[in-house]
Design a protein around this ligand. Structure first.
Ligand SMILES: Nc1ncnc2c1ncn2[C@@H]1O[C@H](COP(=O)(O)OP(=O)(O)OP(=O)(O)O)[C@@H](O)[C@H]1O
Ligand SMILES: Nc1nc2c(c(=O)[nH]1)N=C(CO)CN2
Length: 175
């Protein structure tokens, strides 16, 4: 399994530093990093705004479970704490595996609560689709269709209107 799209989000502490840490920890597998958007909280409105971005990663040696392990390792490194009473609650760093493609470029489909692929809520999340579209204007969310069409769905209009591009908060290396 070689290629994946990861979504990163943060709404606690130094949000930009948490997202940057994920890029650093993913290291040589990183192929592209989107711009950063400030986004309204999805799924649980009573919390601060998030910063969100999307990262394209590639590693011929990585299985889909390796991407999940790496996502969890990034969250742990940034002190992510889980609150079982608030499923979509605030967090220092959330890293979701949105989709994975195998070595032949075929999308991987997994139906397991431990790892569901493509991510079952990605199509409902402007904070995933918008930065991904910036990186891949002709991209598809496997099984659901073109990113541009998904983003144009009426259910996402309010979230699209409320999100702001933050060019001042780039995740690119300062070096
Ligand atoms: N595609 C996926 N990406 C990340 N985690 C997944 C995925 N599919 C299933 N999971 C499982 O979901 C569990 C809970 O993840 P997490 O706490 O990050 O959820 P969440 O971010 O609150 O909600 P959401 O998954 O809707 O973003 C993880 O431990 C993982 O095993
Ligand atoms: N805007 C935004 N909202 C969220 C996010 C996120 O990354 N961005 N992550 C969540 C975790 O499931 C819940 N809600």
């Amino acid at each position: 399994m070689s290629r994946a799209v990861l979504s990163v989000g943060s709404n606690l502490g130094d949000r930009q530093a948490h997202l940057r840490a994920a890029v650093d920890l993913l290291g040589d597998s990183v192929r592209a990093v989107s711009g950063v958007y400030e986004t309204p909280p999805w799924g649980d409105p009573d919390q601060p705004a998030y910063l969100n971005a999307v990262i394209l990663v590639e590693d011929p040696a990585a299985t889909q479970h390796d991407w999940l392990d790496r996502a969890r390792a990034c969250e742990a490194a940034e002190g992510r704490e889980r609150n079982p009473d608030r499923r979509f609650g605030p967090r220092t760093l959330d890293v979701d595996v949105i989709a994975v493609w195998d070595a032949d470029g075929r999308p991987v489909s997994v139906d397991d609560p431990e790892l569901t692929l493509p991510h079952p809520r990605a199509r409902l999340r402007a904070f995933v689709l918008r930065p991904w579209l910036d990186l891949q204007p002709d991209g598809d969310l496997p099984g659901h269709g073109a990113l541009a069409e998904l983003l144009a769905a009426p259910e996402l209009a309010a979230d699209v209107a409320a999100m702001t591009f933050r060019p001042d908060l780039s995740l690119e290396s300062m070096a």
